[in-house]
Every structure is written in C-alpha cells, then in structure tokens.
Design a protein around this ligand. Structure first.
Ligand SMILES: C[S@@+](CC[C@H](N)C(=O)[O-])C[C@H]1O[C@@H](n2cnc3c(N)ncnc32)[C@H](O)[C@@H]1O
Length: 348
C-alpha cells in the first residue's frame, strides 16, 4: 500500500467532518489579537525558506500575495517584487512587515474567499500556516482563481504549530504524510498543474539558538508547490533550491576510497568512520560481517543528502557514507532518519 492509500485508510485524505476540529474553536481573531513578533523557525530553517522562495519565484517583478502573513514574508533580498499584499489577522504584525505594500485583515476560516480580482497575482505564498486552515481546499481554489495563468502557489511548512489552533488532520498526519495531504488539497481544489515537493531537514541547529542545548537538528522545512494551469508550456520547470549542485564537478571516488582504506576517516567531514555490523536479513547481499560508516550527524555528505534525495522524489531520506573493507569501495547507505542503523555500531 502506498502512502496515499494509507492516508485514505486512516481517514486523513481530502477531508471528512471532524478532521478540521481544533482545541480552540473560538474566533481566530481572538487568538491572533495578541501581537507575536516571534520567529516561528530557527535561523537555519528561515534561511532555507528564503532560499526556496528565491529559487522558485522566477517571475520578473512578481506581484505576490502572502497569505496568513505576519511581520516577515521571508522574501530574499535578491527578489525584487513588483508589489506584495499581505493577508492576515493581526494589524500590528502586518504593519511591521517591511515587504508589504498593502495589508488586508481577513479571516480565511470564516470566509475562505479572497477579496481580490481573478488572475491578479504571480505568486501566492502560505508560510508555516496551512496547519490552521479549516477549509484548505476552498482557500487553495481561491488561490488558483487569483493567480495568473502559470502563477505559483507555494505552501511551506515545518513540524511546529500553535497547539490550540492546529487542525486535527494536520496534527494526526505523520511528518511524511503532510506533503501528501497538501498535494491532495491542491488536486481537490483544481486549477493547478501537478504539484511538486521539496524538503530540507536534519541540518545542524545554529549554536546560538535557544534550543541548541537540546541537541536537536534545525527545524525541517517542507515546500509543496504547483503552477496555475494555463501558463507558457515552453517555460522550464521551476528550479528547486540546490538544483545547480548536479553541475558541480564529481569527486574521484576511487582516490577517495584509497585514502579511506588507509585512514578510515570520512573524506567529507574528517571524522573517523565507525565499524558497523551488517544486520543479517534475507536481503543482505554482502558476504562480510562489517562495514565502516560515517555516523557524524552533521557530516555535509549526510546533511546535503536530505535535500538531494528530496529533489529525486524521495522525500525524507538521506544517506551516510559507507566503506566496504573487502571491495575497498565507497557507497551511500540510505537512511530515513538520524537514528537508523546506529544500533549496529561496534565499539573498537
Ligand atoms: C505561525 S504564523 C505565520 C506567519 C507568517 N506566515 C510567517 O511565515 O511568519 C500564523 C499566521 O497565520 C495567520 N492566521 C491564522 N489564522 C488565520 C485565519 N483564520 N485567517 C487568516 N490568517 C490567519 C495569523 O495572523 C498568523 O500571523
């Protein structure tokens, strides 16, 4: 069964009544009356959000609608917007947002229709807020209506939220299922080309971050996006952040493996590889008992791998560098999480 059928099985697909229930069902304007000039993600994750927007918005002088906006629209300095409209619930937060040319106070949960003309925006953004929408399909359909043909609808999210206001469906979906939910909602809304997704996770948390002492990675950043139908068919697909990595020169793996055979150090981070016992399963193909693996959680090989695997359509996985002492070769070991395979480390 694929993930999508799992969602349907769990009753989490497009939306059944109760899915969008919240702990606090009072008017959203009450909860958001209080100004919150806070950062919702750590600095590294916020840089990633800017990088995603900077990479995907290819329009010249785009007219942008920032939905569920606050004091920061996360537009990178390189992006010269023609005009930016912010729609949210807190006047003070919107007034403090220097990217905005116009602010609109409007409760999307009371009225999902957008107070804008058809085909009036190049880009509709929704950053770290889709988790609060009780009628996401209707809001997405409105996003399609106000977008110009070929325009971008970009939904960015992480794994944190204001507990009283998060919808049941969002909370209960697993982290890997949430991008599929957003894709389902885009499909149900209609008017969009096929959605694509991007993930950045398990980057090192900044040393000066308030949660650095917990030794947890930077907040994950997921982006699901789709173009409004009817755009120029000759325009190339929007470039994902880091897509230019593929054009970087390849490293000489044979020379790296020869070096690793001598010093057992990871050529990407310098840390010593650890002896790792190969689990015996019916699928184990190697006729040796041990490999050597880089288990450094901030090794650039692993850190870059989460995005690289995501770009290849394998959201949520990365790889660690592994050395086979018998064949004296290097290869990637696929890992879905930071803890995967660590129980096989053998103390030497
Ligand atoms: C977690 S904040 C994110 C703010 C901003 N997009 C950002 O990236 O920093 C959630 C925002 O959603 C807005 N919001 C929440 N419920 C809303 C609703 N029903 N209608 C419109 N905006 C809403 C709030 O005003 C709040 O600023």
């Amino acid at each position: 069964m694929d993930n999508r059928s799992n969602l349907a099985e769990a009753g989490l697909a497009v939306g059944q009544s109760g899915d969008f229930a919240r702990q606090d069902e009072a008017d959203d304007s009450l909860f958001y009356a209080q100004e919150r000039m806070v950062s919702h993600l750590d600095r590294t994750a916020l840089d990633t959000v800017e990088r995603i927007i900077g990479s995907l918005v290819v329009e010249k002088d785009p007219v942008i609608l920032d939905l569920m906006a606050s004091w920061d629209s996360h537009l990178p300095p390189s992006l010269r917007a023609g005009r930016v409209v912010g729609l949210g619930l807190n006047q003070g937060e919107l007034a403090a947002n220097r990217a905005l040319d116009e602010c609109v106070i409007h409760d999307l949960n009371q009225d999902p229709s957008l107070p804008f003309a058809d085909a009036s925006f190049d880009v509709v953004l929704n950053t770290v807020s889709v988790d609060y929408l009780v009628r996401p399909v209707e809001v997405f359909a409105e996003a399609a209506r106000v977008l110009k043909p070929g325009g971008l609808h970009l939904v960015i999210f992480s794994n944190r939220w204001f507990e009283p206001k998060v919808t049941h469906i969002w909370r209960e979906a697993g982290e890997t299922e949430r991008p599929l939910l957003v894709e389902d909602w885009l499909r149900a809304a209609g008017g969009f080309a096929e959605a694509r997704a991007f993930v950045s996770k398990n980057k090192p948390r900044p040393q000066d971050d308030k949660y650095a002492h917990l030794n947890i990675p930077s907040d994950p950043v997921y982006a699901v996006f789709a173009d409004r139908l009817g755009g120029d068919p000759a325009r190339p697909p929007r470039p994902l952040p880091g897509a230019d990595r593929a054009r970087r020169p390849k490293r000489d793996l044979k020379a790296l493996a020869a070096q690793v055979a001598k010093d057992h150090a990871c050529p990407y981070c310098g840390q010593q590889l650890k002896k790792w016992e190969i689990p015996q399963t019916p699928f184990t193909e190697w006729d040796i008992d041990y490999m050597y693996v880089c288990f450094n959680d901030v090794c650039p090989y692993l850190v870059g791998g989460w995005e690289e695997m995501g770009r290849q359509g394998n959201l949520g996985s990365s790889y660690r560098l592994m050395f086979n002492p018998q064949s004296q070769t290097l290869m990637p070991m696929a890992v879905p999480s930071l803890s995967t395979a660590k129980d096989g480390i053998v103390d030497e």
